[in-house]
Design a protein around this ligand. Sequence first.
Ligand code: C5P
Ligand code: ZN
Length: 494
Amino acid sequence: MACCFFSRVDGLMDSENAANSKEFYVSAANAAEKINEFISKGLFIRVVSHLDADGLTAASILAKSLYRSDALFRIRIVKQLDEGLVEDLAAEGVSPLIFTDFGSGNLDLLKSRLSSNDIVVLDHHQPLGDAFLTLTQVNPHNHGFNGAQEISGSGVAYTVAKEMNASNVDLASLAVVGALGDSQDRNPKRELVSLNQTIVKDGVDAGCLSVENDLTFYGRETRPLHKALAYTTNPFLPGLSGEEDKCLGFLVNLGIELQNGGRWRALNDLNADEKQKIFSEIAKLLSSKRLPNTVTLSLIGAVYTLIQEDRGTYLRDAREYSSLLNACGRMDKAGLGISIGVGDRDRALEEAQDVFTNYKKTLAKYMDWITTTPNVIDERDNIYLLNGRETINESMLGTVTTIVISSNILVKDKPLIALTSADNGMLKISGRATPVNIEKKLNLGTILQEASSEFGGIGGGHDVAAGAQLPEKFADDFIQLVDQLVGSSLNEEA
Ligand code: C5P
Ligand code: ZN
């Protein structure tokens, strides 16, 4: 199978609908004007964002832009936008609020408790509820774009930041980190497309980003090659993912030099022939497991490099950067993630690396449990159900669900609904769909929203990745309803 490494990825926009994008940019300019108005009035601005990589980069982009404009502001990072949070914000008094990477799915909640504040929502989740007088919302779905693929929360925040001040264009690379954190590169070329491509082009033009096609092993800058291979879970490589020793043996058998002058070589140190050799051997392995060609091809794709970051650090490759931030958010160190996002290095980076190490250990433990314990994943009529109760921490459930669905082995064809216990007798749900489900127009965001609201919960998100929280006592009924809704949606389209 032929592949070409090091080819440049074209930054041209090919799929963007010009008329819709114009509307989208006008709405971003309106929001920017609103925020600049808060600043010029000397108002205290409260920024609230989500704890994943996209939420942290969105908040970092705003923090940088507000700081550069001498604004008074505070950043708060939370795991979800719920009643408890809006009560807290209401109790703080009246001052402008900016929600990034969430908010659109909770417009009624914002209206009911916070509408005496000026509210700016910069989000890419499917909107739900009605607009209201004090709301300024920027959301790609309102202009015919799919927020799961075409722009992320940090992309929306960046677009607004650029309108606030053109000098914020250097923040484009953070938006690329956020988009990759939200897996917006879910396409065979692992490329960011549409509105995201405009941001990539900004980053390249600003001299902070480069893009090329290469092997997408996880950890291309920082990891010894065998570890990078072992940590690659997207795609999941049977017999290699999670298996460092086997990866070491695999590479040694291929005759790849793993060290140079006593130093472990990273993927970036390899020449094109060596990369081609590795690719061909993995392709053979995947085909022997009867995995579709698309899985093999997804080993090669667009690689986004933050060229102003030092080589060999976690911040140079945009996917590694997003994982580092995701780890900070999920391991209760969101503040550290923001410090990195706004430019802290040295001690902050060292600390984040330690957090990342613990995070990876925790993830590996969960994956080991899932792959070795019988009946953790139960196949229902139209969904797979992963029961993570008493094992998987609620903050990590989404990440685990993403890894399992992308394995193509642990589950096949049907969407995966994972659950675990959360605080106060609540259940946390994460749902992920396969590309084939999405082609058939399945929308997990709508389904989880509808099903959770039947049982006094909240839910929503994207067609391909969604979540919900609801009282534990309704778990069985909820799952049954989700199974049924997924079935009717998929059969409707069949
Ligand atoms: O928590 P998890 O990673 O599974 O969430 C998947 C997606 O669904 C995320 O983008 C998250 O923000 C969104 N979500 C939502 N409303 C919820 C729970 C999750 O919009 N109640
Ligand atoms: Zn997001």
